[in-house]
Design a binder for this molecule. Structure first.
Ligand code: ADP
Ligand code: ZN
Ligand code: ZN
Length: 720
């Protein structure tokens, strides 16, 4: 007999410990099995196995209950390695979330412990057998048209009955194969010789004993070229390389740049299907490819011997997962690098204040690229919208910006316009009683979408028909306020009827490949003006763009979040970096109602160091990250009073815990989302460990009723 410890994967049971079963054969660690748990069949993963001389009865006596048998073994091979198991345990501990939830977050869907018992998607193919077959004329024709290994479903399109007969007579055999993900080829390009500045950074990254280096390099300083040289170095040492990029916006261009230099690159991002993800995961596991370009979850791929993890645009918030387990890919990367004796390179033109302050303290090696490869930084002008409005000018596209666009188009150059709001009009208000139309589930104003002629909630995507009358007073005077990307597109098309204008936001890229297509058209200069949300602000390299306009720089500044200034600076700096990337000089216009704000000023002068030192000083005085840890606990319930009661109880109890400062139960900016009422409690302490210990204590002492949901984010990036 063998005693087998397993983690049961039923996530509705909040049990975070292994359970014991028996089996008559030994089982390898980390294979999946089926067990009875809580009177239903569940998938579980084996974490230990030891033999025993005891009989079943003796075992039951030792445990004090009837120990059940494992029903079935699912896998022949372990689904994860020892390292991945330990990583999941570490993640569970540091994010205070259940082990199984962590493991599931790390695996592609096809391997998730709780998901299907089935393996990956299989496709059926046809094998042609040799032999003398008495074909009819029609059968002969079709047999000749079939290639070896043809997909059976394709062949059946010619004739279901004939294929059936050919199989029946033995001329064809149907077999199954794992579906493969195809890679397209691009033209190979040579490595560029590094500039002195680039070479210096490269040398220091290779030679340092420090695990983490921070490459602070202005936009266009050639950071990507440094990554590619580093990747080459580590691949030549037979090590693996992971280049991480922010969610989607960067991917098509980065993919191409990496493919130009290396064979067998693996891409791992959210546009892949579950099948493709599984396939890429398997290729890493089998060691078929050693260089990966991926988004957040690629940090969990089953590497064997990593040389370096490069995190491009390391400040980007898409590296942080906002739902449980709330992990930051940067921390996971560092953890993995330690295990693999590898290096981590964090890189950005606007590093996160967290990373930057660690670099200033020499915890990370700080490296700078101060010069753009081709030219100087663009010239930035701040336009005071208050003044423009007094002059009866448009507050969407101000006169100076309009003139600059006109001139740019005359010179046959391209323009990028950034506006962080999609849709047509963000607010619909009644002129009589002032009522704003809101989403019934989310308590957010509805946006008008002109294309589909509907009102849409940007929180939950629910759509509403446009009412003729105000729902509260019945008046017919509904007025549309504010503007989104779609409205700007219309306005610009009216101003410049001959210009080719395109738009990139969540509405225009909602189908696979749309994103790459828009960028490709812009790259080929089939588009003159590209309007977009922050999707276009990051990392893109278009040499022909000489003008960038930021339409409302204040939107992100007004967010009720202590990182608002940091985000605003990043956004302006990033989008400014899109202008004048080749030999042509660039120009940037920032439209704002707050031209005197110190953030806008620092951004206009592209002075990150000044911005960072002012902002860090303020964070230190006010006791905010990176000086203290800032966690949030979000309480949700279908009833507002219930959510408030528990948030309040937790807030008051936690406040008594030594070393914590705790807010009261706060209604977040969005009090109701997708039908759930929400309250937030903010927790600060000197260390994450203190917060973790306090949290473990409170959930034990005050277990939540099952109508309540709570999510703790121990290092919250979005304050809500
Ligand atoms: P960053 O990632 O820092 O914004 P990029 O890597 O996109 O900058 O580089 C900007 C431009 O300079 C790109 O067009 C790139 O091909 C070019 N470039 C980078 N390094 C070199 C080099 N050593 N020699 C010539 N051109 C380079
Ligand atoms: Zn909604
Ligand atoms: Zn009204």
């Amino acid at each position: 007999m063998y005693l087998i410890e397993v983690y049961v994967t039923n996530s509705s049971l909040n049990v975070n410990r292994p359970f014991t079963y028996v089996y008559d054969k030994p089982l390898a660690k980390y294979v999946r099995v089926k067990v009875f748990f809580n009177r239903s069949q569940n998938i579980a993963i084996v974490v230990s196995c030891r033999s025993t001389n005891q009989t079943r009865e003796e075992i039951d006596q030792t445990y004090g209950f009837s120990v059940q048998e494992i029903l079935e073994v699912v896998d022949e091979e372990p689904v994860i390695s020892e390292e991945i198991f330990e990583l999941a345990s570490w993640l569970s501990k540091t994010t205070i979330s259940p082990f199984i939830g962590c493991l599931n977050a790390m695996l592609p869907k096809a391997l998730k412990t709780s998901k299907s018992l089935k393996g990956p998607k299989m496709i059926r193919k046809l094998h042609k057998n040799e032999g003398d077959f008495a074909f009819t004329k029609r059968q002969r024709e079709i047999y000749d048209l079939i290639d070896e290994g043809m997909i059976a479903a394709e062949a059946r399109k010619m004739s279901v009955s004939v294929i059936g007969k050919l199989i029946a007579m033995g001329a064809l055999t149907e077999y199954e194969e794992e579906a493969q993900y195809e890679n397209t080829d691009v033209e190979r390009k040579a490595f560029k010789t590094l500039t002195d500045e680039q070479q210096n950074a490269y040398d220091k990254i290779i030679s340092t004993d420090q695990i983490v280096s921070l490459l602070f390099g202005v936009t266009g300083s050639g950071k990507t070229e440094v990554y590619l040289h580093l990747a080459d170095h580590f691949l030549k040492q037979q090590k693996e390389v992971l280049i991480m990029v922010p969610e989607i916006s960067l991917t098509p261009q980065m993919i191409e740049r990496v493919k130009e230099r290396f064979n067998d690159v693996i891409f791992y991002h959210s546009e892949l299907s579950d099948q493709e993800r599984y396939e890429q995961y398997r290729r890493v596991k089998e060691g078929e490819a050693r260089i990966v370009v991926g988004t957040r979850s690629s940090v969990f791929l089953p590497f064997h011997d990593l040389g370096i993890i490069i995190i491009d645009e390391e400040h980007d918030s898409s590296y942080k997962q906002d739902n449980v387990p709330c992990y930051h890919a940067r921390n996971v990367a560092i953890r993995r690098a330690i295990t693999h004796h590898a290096k981590v390179l964090l890189a950005s033109a606007t590093p996160s204040l967290d990373s930057y302050s660690r670099a200033l303290k020499k915890e990370y090696q700080l490296l700078e690229l101060k010069n753009r490869i081709n030219l100087n930084l663009p010239e930035i002008s701040v336009i005071d919208l208050t003044k423009q409005i007094k002059k009866k000018d448009s507050y969407i596209i101000s006169e100076p910006l309009k003139e600059a666009i006109s001139e740019t188009l005359d010179n046959n150059k391209q323009v990028i316009i950034l506006l962080n709001r999609r849709g047509y009009s963000p607010i619909i208000k009644c002129a009589e009683c002032g009522t704003t139309l809101m989403c019934q589930d989310c308590d957010t104003p509805l946006n008008y979408h002109k294309d589909e002629n509907v009102l849409k909630c940007h929180q939950c995507s629910r759509t509403y028909r446009i009412p003729k009358n105000c729902p509260s007073c019945g008046s017919g005077k509904l007025i549309y306020y504010g503007f989104g990307t779609k409205r700007v597109e219309e306005e610009l098309q009216n101003m410049f009827p001959k210009a080719h204008i395109d738009r990139m936001d969540r509405d225009s890229v909602n189908h696979k490949g749309a994103h790459a297509k828009i960028l490709k058209a812009f790259e080929k200069h089939q588009t003159d003006i590209l309007i977009g949300t922050q999707m276009i602000a990051k990392g893109l390299d278009f040499p022909n763009v000489t003008l960038v306009g930021v339409l409302n720089a204040d939107a992100s500044l007004n967010m009720p979040d202590f990182r608002a200034a940091e985000r605003t600076f990043q956004l302006i700096a990033q989008v400014s970096g899109r202008a004048g990337r080749a030999e042509k000089p660039g120009e940037v216009f920032i439209q704002t109602f707050h031209p005197d704000s110190s953030v806008i000023q620092a951004a206009a002068e592209a002075d990150f160091a000044r911005f960072a030192s002012e902002e860090l000083k303020e964070r230190e005085v006010t006791g905010l990250p990176p000086y203290r840890k800032f966690a949030t606990a979000l309480f949700r319930a279908k009833e507002s009073a219930l959510a408030l009661r528990w948030a309040d109880l937790y807030a008051k109890s936690l406040a008594k815990y030594p070393g914590l400062s705790v807010s009261e139960a706060l209604p977040p900016a969005l009090e109701k989302a997708e039908g759930w009422y929400r309250f937030q409690v903010q927790i600060r302490a000197a260390s994450a460990r203190t917060i973790a210990a306090a949290w473990r204590w409170i959930v034990q002492a005050r277990p939540l009723p099952k109508e309540m949901r709570v999510a703790l984010d121990i290092d919250a990036l979005n304050i809500l």
